[in-house]
Design a protein around this ligand. Structure first.
Ligand code: SF4
Length: 70
C-alpha cells in the first residue's frame, strides 16, 4: 500500500491557512476545494493565496492577468 508523502507535499505547499487538517494531503485538499467549486492554494500566487479566495473565477482572473503562476 502506498502512503502519501505528506512531509514532501507540505514543503511544496504555499497555503497559509492554518490549521488545516488537509495540509500535505493533496488528494484530500483537491477533493475538498473541488467540491466547493474552488482550486487549492497552490494554483494561486502567494499574494492571491493570502486572500483565501480560491474560487475558479479568481483563478481565471489571475491566470488571464498574470499567466501561469503555479
Ligand atoms: S488549500 Fe485548502 S485544503 Fe489545502 S491545505 Fe490549504 S486550506 Fe487546507
Amino acid at each position: 500500500m502506498r502512503t502519501c508523502p505528506t512531509e514532501k507535499n507540505t514543503k511544496m505547499c504555499n497555503c497559509t491557512y492554518d490549521p488545516c487538517p488537509r495540509k500535505g494531503l493533496c488528494c484530500d485538499c483537491m477533493a475538498y476545494h473541488r467540491a466547493k467549486g474552488q482550486l487549492p492554494a497552490c494554483y494561486f500566487p502567494d499574494d492571491v493565496e493570502k486572500t483565501f479566495d480560491r474560487s475558479v473565477a479568481k483563478f481565471v482572473e489571475t491566470y488571464q492577468s498574470r499567466g501561469r503562476c503555479f
